[in-house]
Design a protein around this ligand. Sequence first.
Ligand code: T3D
Length: 261
Amino acid sequence: MTATSVILAATHAGVRTLTLNRPEKLNAANDDLLLTLTGELRKAESDPEVRVVVITGAGRGFCAGQDLGDVSGRGMTFTEHLNHTYNPLIRTIRGLEKPVISAVNGIAAGAGASLALSGDIRLWAQGAALTQVFSNIALIPDSGSTWFLPRAVGYQRAFELMAFAEKVTAEDALRAGLCERVFPDDSFQADVQAYAERLAARPAHALKLTKQALQAALSSTLDEALDQEAALQQLAGDSWEHAEGVTAFKEKRAPAFRRQG
Ligand code: T3D
């Protein structure tokens, strides 16, 4: 395991786990944490050993959003700060050519809620919760929350959650489509690792193209999506992964998608 003071990083079985490590503040984000996390994601992108990235939190919190003790005297406007820290982080997660799992182990508040929502897959512990806490301090939701949340719950419910900073429990999050799986608190990290290893065994090149196609489709017409699928399917169809998948099907065995580079 490599460690900085704010992000712990470890790779096991193709899964790179990045752990936000300021547990005494529920992993509230200072600039060091945000810039280091973005740097670690970029390193994971270029590391051939890494097939899946997991972002999680140390201690009882996932991330309590901006460290409110770290705001005054930072010499940047809010706009400059978002463009310097949070926005590159969220763009890096969404643009990464590998799946990113948000493993939400505890409370996710403010920009921490945005981080929880930004993963390609969101796994929650039973005791986790999300709150759009921004309005408690008279700010607006940022770091992508205005984009992520209404796409899952609709405009009016998103507005209500944002206006009252209401806590969303794991059970409600699953029902609302804010997470894909909920695991017991006691076995959460082991369950996340097992899930991530299953994902790491899937065809990496095809998943990269799938992520690209899905994201393009979110802001395209059906015609544009059909054209995009046709173009990307050629890249998938020309790959060794596709050949291996078809061969494995004919030989009635499981495909070995991790055999070659
Ligand atoms: O560029 C920009 O700056 C704009 C970007 C803004 C993005 C944002 O994220 S704005 C929203 C910032 N976050 C918050 O306002 C959340 C504040 N925290 C809370 O509301 C609560 O702590 C929670 C609901 C997250 C959890 O409540 P609870 O009761 O489980 O824990 P707690 O006792 O409040 O917190 C535990 C400790 O963490 C406590 O420290 P202490 O008293 O034990 O020494 C608390 O002060 C600390 N902590 C929690 N959140 C933050 C924090 N310290 C600094 N900043 C925080 N955000």
